[in-house]
Design a protein. Structure first.
Length: 431
C-alpha cells in the first residue's frame, strides 16, 4: 500500500524485519522442541538463540542466486550461528515457516484492527447519544419517508461495527493456527510435539490437518470479514456524502481553516474524506475474491496462493487500518445541522405523517383501500399544488367525516415517531 494510505504500526507488521524476526523465532522455538525431544543437542538450540542474526540485504543477495526465500534466510542465519546451524529446520518444510508466519502477522494485524474498531465504536456511541433526540427525516429510495433521529441513524451504524468487531475476533482466532508438520503434512520427519511447542510459544494453536499448507478456507474467511467491515465503512461514508449535498446539507465533514475544496471554485466544501473511504473500501473488498480462489490448491500444496497473499494481505490490512482511523476522525469532528434537518423534514408540508393518518382512518371505520386512496389523493395535491397535507385533508369531506379537524391535527406530531428511541438505544448500548 502506498504511504499516503498507510499508518506506521500496521505497515511494520509487513516489513521484512518483522517477517524475518518471526521466521527466526519459529526456527529457534522448533530447535528448543527438538532439543527437548533429544533430536538435536541442547547446546545447538542455545547457539541458535545466542548467535542467530540475519541481514535483509544479504538474504536478498542469496535469494537472487537460490531463487528461494526460505533457503536464503537459512543460509544467512547459518553464517552467524556456525556449525550448529545444521540442526536448524530439522524435518521442516518452507510452508511450515511461511504459513505459520502469515498466521502470526494476520493475528497482529487483527489486533490493530480491533483497536481501531473499539475507537470508532466509542466515537459513534458518543455522537449517537449526542443526537439521540435530533429530529431528522428518514429516507427510502432517497425520498422523504418518516421522521427519525440522527442518533438512531448513528446507532444503526454502531451496531454494524459492533458486529464487525465480533466477527473479526472470530476470524482472528480462526486464522491463528500453526503448521510444523513437514513435507505433505505427515510428520514423518518431525514429531507433532514440535508443532505444539511452537504453537504455544507463538500464541497460536496447531492446525489439525495441514497437508503441507494451512487450509486456505481460513484465510478466505479472514479476508471476507475484512471485506464486510469495508462495506460497513462505505455504508456510513455514503450516508455522510448524501447528507453533505448542497441541497440537503444536514451534516458535513469538518472544513479546517486554510483547507481548499477546489482548485477552480473557491466556494467548494467537498466530502473528500467520505469519498476517499468509499474508494478504500473497494481496495479492501478486492481482496475477497482472490482469497476465495486461493482455497482450491493442487493436492497437498502448490504456490498459486503465495503471490496473491503477498500482495493482498498487506494491502487489505493496511488500507482497512487507515480507513477505520480516517472514519473515526471524520465522525469525531462531523458537523451536524439540526435546524437544517428540521427544515428539510418540514419542507414537504407534512407528507411524512401520511401513514399515521392512514392508520387512524382505518381505526375510524374506513377500509384500508379507501383510506389509502383518500390520503394519497391529498398527498398528491401537496406534490403538485403545494400547501400542507393537513390543510388538504381538512378540506376533504370524506376524510373529515371520519376524522374531524380536531382529531386530524394531533396526528401531525413529531413526538409520535420518537417515542421508542430509548428502547432502541437500550438494545444497542445497554443500560
Amino acid at each position: 500500500m502506498i504511504p499516503r494510505y498507510s499508518r506506521p504500526e500496521m505497515t511494520r507488521i509487513w516489513e521484512p524485519e518483522n517477517k524475518f524476526r518471526i521466521w527466526f523465532e519459529i526456527e529457534a522455538h522448533a530447535c528448543d522442541a527438538q532439543a527437548a525431544l533429544g533430536v538435536i543437542p541442547k547446546e545447538a538450540a542455545k547457539a541458535v538463540w545466542e548467535r542467530g542474526k540475519w541481514e535483509i540485504e544479504r538474504i536478498d543477495e542469496i535469494e537472487r542466486e537460490t531463487k528461494h526465500d526460505v533457503i536464503a534466510f537459512l543460509t544467512n542465519l547459518a553464517e552467524h550461528v556456525g556449525p550448529e546451524a545444521r540442526f536448524v529446520h530439522q524435518g521442516m518444510t518452507s510452508s511450515d515457516v511461511l504459513d505459520t508466519t502469515l498466521a502470526v502477522q494476520l493475528k497482529q494485524a487483527a489486533e490493530l484492527l480491533l483497536a481501531d474498531l473499539s475507537a470508532l465504536l466509542a466515537t459513534l456511541e458518543r455522537r449517537a447519544r449526542e443526537h439521540k433526540d435530533t429530529i431528522t427525516i428518514g429516507r427510502s429510495h432517497g425520498i422523504h419517508a418518516e421522521p427519525t433521529t440522527f442518533g438512531l441513524k448513528l446507532a444503526g451504524h454502531y451496531a454494524a461495527f459492533e458486529r464487525a468487531r465480533q466477527r473479526l475476533e472470530w476470524a482472528r482466532d480462526e486464522i491463528a493456527t500453526c503448521a510444523i508438520s513437514g513435507a505433505v503434512g505427515t510428520f514423518a520427519n518431525i514429531d507433532p510435539f514440535v508443532e505444539r511447542w511452537v504453537a504455544e510459544k507463538m500464541g497460536l494453536h496447531p492446525e489439525p490437518v495441514s497437508t503441507q499448507v494451512i487450509p486456505r478456507d481460513r484465510h478466505a474467511l479472514f479476508f471476507s470479514v475484512l471485506g464486510v467491515i469495508a462495506s460497513s465503512i462505505e455504508n456510513l461514508a455514503v450516508e455522510i456524502r448524501h447528507l453533505q449535498r448542497t441541497e440537503v446539507r444536514e451534516a458535513e465533514e469538518y472544513f479546517s481553516p486554510g483547507q481548499k475544496g477546489s482548485s477552480a471554485m473557491p466556494h467548494k466544501r467537498n466530502p473528500v474524506l467520505s469519498e476517499n473511504l468509499t474508494g478504500l473500501a473497494r481496495i479492501v473488498r478486492a481482496a475477497v475474491v482472490p482469497a476465495l480462489e486461493n482455497v482450491a490448491l493442487w493436492h497437498e500444496r502448490d504456490i498459486s496462493h503465495s503471490s496473491v497473499e503477498r500482495v493482498l494481505a498487506p494491502d487489505a490490512t493496511i488500507a482497512l487500518d487507515f480507513a477505520l482511523a480516517r472514519l473515526n476522525g471524520m465522525m469525531d469532528r462531523l458537523v451536524v445541522y439540526p435546524e437544517r434537518m428540521l427544515a428539510n423534514l418540514e419542507s414537504m408540508g407534512g407528507l411524512v405523517f401520511s401513514q399515521r393518518v392512514l392508520l387512524e382512518l382505518t381505526q375510524a371505520g374506513m377500509s384500508r383501500e379507501g383510506a389509502y386512496q383518500a390520503v394519497q389523493r391529498n398527498a398528491m395535491k401537496v406534490w403538485s399544488e403545494g400547501g400542507s397535507l393537513l390543510d388538504h385533508l381538512s378540506a376533504d369531506p370524506e376524510v373529515v367525516s371520519h376524522l374531524p379537524v380536531d382529531k386530524l391535527t394531533p396526528l401531525f406530531d413529531l413526538g409520535y415517531h420518537t417515542k421508542h428511541v430509548d428502547t432502541v438505544f437500550r438494545r444497542v448500548f445497554g443500560g
